[in-house]
Each structure stands twice: as C-alpha cells, then as structure tokens.
Design a protein around this ligand. Structure first.
Ligand code: PEP
Ligand code: MG
Length: 328
C-alpha cells in the first residue's frame, strides 16, 4: 500500500475524461510544508499565518517581528520549491483569539476579526505584508485576504500592499512585483455581490467553514448548534455555484480551502460544479486524488445540475448518493 501511495504522489489528479484538478495543501506553520510536499500537493492553497501570532508566551509574547515572519514565510516558500504558496494575511478574532490586546468582545464572530482587524491596525498589517513580499523573492507567493465583505476593504488592502512594495523599493529589498492578490469568499455578502469587486482580484478562495457559519447562523465552535451544520444546504450550494460562475466570467481561478474541499463525500459534487482547485489538510490529499482519478466529470454533470435546481434536502441527499455511486 505504501508503494501504491508513493506512486500516487507523483500522479497528477486527472479525471477519467482528462480534466486536471489542482490539489493543494493547507498549512498552519512553515514546517507543515514538508507534509504538503510529501503528500504530493501542487502547492500550498492556504497558509493560516495567524498561527505564528497565536499562543505566544514568555519572551515571545510580543507579536512576531517582520524578520521572524519573513523567515517563516521564506521557509515554507523554499520547501515548496517554486510551487505556489498562498499566504493568508492575519485572520485573528473569533475562534482564533490573539492574546495581545484582547478585550471583551460582544460577538467575536461578527466582530473585529481578520481584514477588519488588519485595517484598524495598519502597522501590524504593513509589517506582515512586507514580510510576505520579501518571501516572494524566493518562490511563488500569492496573498490571500480573509473575511472580505466590502469593496473598500479590497481597495484599502491593495493600497496597503502597494505601500509595502514602495517601502521595499526605496530600501532596495527584493520582492516579486507581480505577486497575485486574492480574496477569501467566506461571508455570504461577498458571494452574493462578487461583481462588486471580482475585477480587482487575481483569484478567489472559498472558506466554507465560515461561509457555512455565517449563512446558516451557527457558531462553528458551539456544539449546541452542531446538528444544524449542513454543508449541502441549498443556500450553501447556491453560493458555491454563484462563486464558480462569477470567477469563470471574470476569468480568474477559484479554489475551495475550507473543510468541504477535503471531504471525499463531496469531491464529485464539487468538481461536477466546476471547481478545479481544492486545498485541504495534506493527510486527506491522497484519497481525494484517488476519487478524482476514478471520476468522469462529464458523466456527473447532469446529476449535479439537478442537485443545483432542487431545494428539497431529501432529494439533494438522494442525488448526492447517486453521484457518489456512479460507476464510470
Ligand atoms: C474557512 O473559513 O473555511 C477557512 C478556510 O478559514 P478558517 O477555517 O481558518 O477560518
Ligand atoms: Mg475562515
């Protein structure tokens, strides 16, 4: 079995009808990039940079400096040997608390988290952007902005990236001038109004964990409402479908980097909907690849279209079972 998996590692994820799906890994710390490479990932689709900022104690209590961050990002980038590394800017707040300066927040999931926090703390944001840009001189780096809901948040983020670039130019520090910038689609408002800002971006990445939390109004950390979690709720499927269409229209790639991307029960549904990039924990990558290798995408499209046309949860489950069992 080990040999089979070893061979699978180098095999691209191409469906029976010849369509390639790019499989990427999610990482939390730079050393996780080794596991990503080992699993055969084509790149890092989500580097959750907040893990460099969280749980710091003793002498490290202060936030990581530009240099410390630069070394961490560079390590991940160099480990991936030219494969793209998508670094998400600081996504603290809610389920990812930052010890530094934390106060009583009324409703953390709806509060000052992620890009909202970064735009309020421009110095912290600029420091991180400079560190990410410096790492871009050592490979292929993409910048991913979390929790976007407003066009001005993109405008301000792009302006801050330009400011960070300009400061590096003045200091003659190397970075990739063409580093791509994308947004996480994880607030329903963003999915529903993509034409508002999609033209300003190089790519999209859907965070299904938060998209489900905010669409169904269930706190992702509250067990009392876990039974209401339903990733095939018609509202979720519609939002995913709208996002694929909008990305297609704008001719930019769209990935899924939330938990749905690593759920083998959903792989055929997602690629049948048109997704061609999935980012997941490295350990799940081989089985998802196997599923794609065993799938004829064209053959599932009629059933997937039916799923997207129905609002009956029972019928959705039946059609999903049909899609999963299709022998191709
Ligand atoms: C998500 O929300 O789906 C996501 C990928 O980001 P996180 O789980 O880190 O919020
Ligand atoms: Mg999220």
């Amino acid at each position: 079995a080990r040999k089979k998996l070893g061979k699978l590692k180098k095999t691209p994820a191409i469906s029976l009808d010849g369509i390639e799906v790019t499989l990427l890994a999610n990482i939390e710390l730079p050393e996780d990039a080794h596991a990503a490479l080992e699993a055969g990932a084509s790149g890092v689709g989500l580097f959750r940079s907040e893990f460099l900022f969280m749980g710091r104690t003793g002498v490290e209590q202060h936030l990581p400096s530009e240099e410390e961050q630069f070394l961490a990002y560079k390590q991940a980038v160099q480990t991936m040997k030219g494969r793209p590394v998508t670094i998400r800017t600081l996504d603290v707040g809610a389920d990812k608390p930052l010890e530094h300066g934390e106060h009583n927040i009324l409703n953390p999931a709806l509060g000052l988290r992620a890009i909202r926090y970064c735009l309020k703390e421009p110095q912290i944001f600029l420091t991180q952007l400079r560190a990410i840009l410096r790492a871009s001189a050592f490979g292929t780096v993409h910048i991913l902005i979390p929790m976007i809901a407003h066009a001005f948040e993109i405008d301000q983020s792009l302006a801050m990236i330009e400011q960070a670039k300009e400061s590096l130019r003045i200091e003659r520090i190397a970075f990739d001038e063409n580093v791509q910038v994308g947004a996480m689609i994880e607030i329903p408002a963003a999915a529903l109004s993509l034409p508002m800002f999609v033209k300003k971006l190089d790519f999209l990445s859907i965070g299904t964990n938060d998209l489900i939390q905010y669409t169904l109004a269930i706190d992702r950390a509250d067990h009392e409402v876990a039974h209401l979690y339903n990733d095939t709720h018609p509202a979720i499927l519609q939002l995913l479908s709208m996002t694929v269409s909008a990305a297609e229209k704008a001719a930019i790639p769209v990935a899924i980097c939330g938990g749905m991307a690593g759920d083998i029960k959903l792989t055929r549904l997602l690629i049948g909907m048109g997704f061609r990039e999935l980012s997941m924990p490295a350990a799940l990558l081989p089985e998802i690849k196997q599923e794609i290798l065993n799938t004829n995408i064209a053959a599932l499209e009629p059933s997937v279209k039916k799923i997207l046309r129905t609002y009956d949860p029972q019928v959705i489950q039946e059609l999903l079972a049909e899609v999963r069992e299709l022998r191709l």
